[in-house]
Design a binder for this molecule. Structure first.
Ligand SMILES: Nc1ncnc2c1ncn2[C@@H]1O[C@H](COP(=O)(O)OP(=O)(O)OP(=O)(O)O)[C@@H](O)[C@H]1O
Length: 251
C-alpha cells in the first residue's frame, strides 16, 4: 500500500531515435504540491503530456489512484480526476468570466446541451463560489478574451476546479507573468492545495517559486531523474547546484 495518488514506473518516451524521457519513476503523494524541474528539454512537458493522455508512453506504467491510465484518451483521464492546465489556455474568449466557469461546471455534469438555454442562472452560485476561490469575484462579467495572463490563469484554475479534480497538472503556471501576477497565482495554487486538498504536480522555471511552494521536488535532466526529495535536500544536492549554476552561467 502506498500514499501515492500518481505513480510512474519505468516510463520512457522516444521520438524516432531520440529519447525524450528514459525510465522515469515518480510518486506523487496524496495532498502534496510536487514540482518537476530541470533545464530546457529535460522532458518535463513530455512527462506531463503522457500523464494527461496527450502522448502514449513508449514503455512503462502510469497509475492513478492505483489504476493504470495508459491508453485512456484525455477526456477519460479528466473524468478519472486529473485536471490539466496548459501553457496555452483553453477558454472561450468572447464569453464572460462567469459564463466560462458555468460551461466547465455543466460539462462536468453532462449538461452541455443546455449551455445556451435562457436559464442564465444555471450553476451561477457554484460558478461564483469557484471564482471567489481564485479572487475573481469582481471580474464576473468581463470578456475572458480581455484578461491579462495572470487573470487568465486564475480563470483557468477555476474552470479546472469545476471538474472537482483530485490531481492538477500545471505546466509552467507562472510563465509570462509579471512578479505581482506570479505571486498571486502562486498563492492561489497553495490555497487550492490547502483548502480543497487537491494534489498538484507542476513544472516551473522560476526556482524561487519552486522552493517556496513545493513540498517535494523531482529534478529531471536529459530525460532521466537526477534526484528527488524535499526542497532543502534538493537545494543542497551538488549535482543540482551544478546544473543550475551551469545554466545560470549560460544565460
Ligand atoms: N513531438 C516531438 N517530436 C520530437 N521531439 C520532441 C517532441 N516533443 C518533445 N521533443 C523533444 O523532447 C525533449 C524534451 O522536451 P520537453 O518539452 O518535454 O522538455 P521540457 O523539460 O518540458 O523543456 P522546457 O522547459 O523547455 O519546456 C526536447 O529535446 C524536445 O525537443
Amino acid at each position: 500500500m502506498t500514499d501515492a495518488v500518481l505513480e510512474l514506473r519505468g516510463v520512457s518516451k522516444t521520438f524516432g531515435p531520440f529519447k525524450a524521457v528514459t525510465d522515469m519513476s515518480l510518486s506523487v503523494l496524496k495532498g502534496e504540491i510536487h514540482a518537476l524541474i530541470g533545464p530546457n528539454g529535460a522532458g518535463k512537458s513530455t512527462l506531463l503530456n503522457m500523464v494527461a493522455g496527450g502522448l502514449p508512453p513508449s514503455a512503462g506504467e502510469i497509475l492513478f489512484a492505483g489504476r493504470s491510465i495508459v491508453g485512456l484518451p484525455p477526456h477519460q483521464i479528466v473524468h478519472a480526476g486529473i485536471a490539466r492546465s496548459f501553457q496555452i489556455t483553453s477558454i472561450f474568449p468572447k464569453l464572460s468570466v462567469i459564463e466560462n466557469v458555468r460551461i466547465a461546471l455543466m460539462a462536468r455534469q453532462g449538461r452541455c446541451r443546455s449551455l445556451f438555454a435562457p436559464a442564465a442562472g444555471v450553476m451561477q452560485d457554484d460558478a461564483l463560489a469557484l471564482l471567489e476561490q481564485v479572487h475573481m469575484e469582481r471580474d464576473l462579467d468581463r470578456p475572458a478574451g480581455e484578461l491579462a495572463a495572470g487573470d487568465r490563469k486564475r480563470l483557468e484554475f477555476a474552470m479546472a476546479l469545476a471538474g472537482a479534480p483530485e490531481l492538477m497538472l500545471l505546466d509552467e503556471p507562472t510563465a509570462g507573468m509579471s512578479p505581482e501576477e506570479r505571486s498571486l497565482v502562486t498563492a492561489i495554487i497553495r490555497k487550492i492545495n490547502a483548502t480543497r486538498g487537491v494534489t498538484v504536480l507542476f513544472t516551473e522555471h522560476d526556482i524561487d517559486m519552486v522552493f517556496s511552494t513545493a513540498h517535494r521536488i523531482t529534478v529531471m535532466h536529459q530525460g532521466s531523474k537526477l534526484t528527488e526529495g524535499e526542497p532543502a535536500a534538493v537545494r543542497a544536492n551538488p549535482r543540482v547546484r551544478e546544473l543550475y549554476l551551469g545554466e545560470a552561467a549560460h544565460a
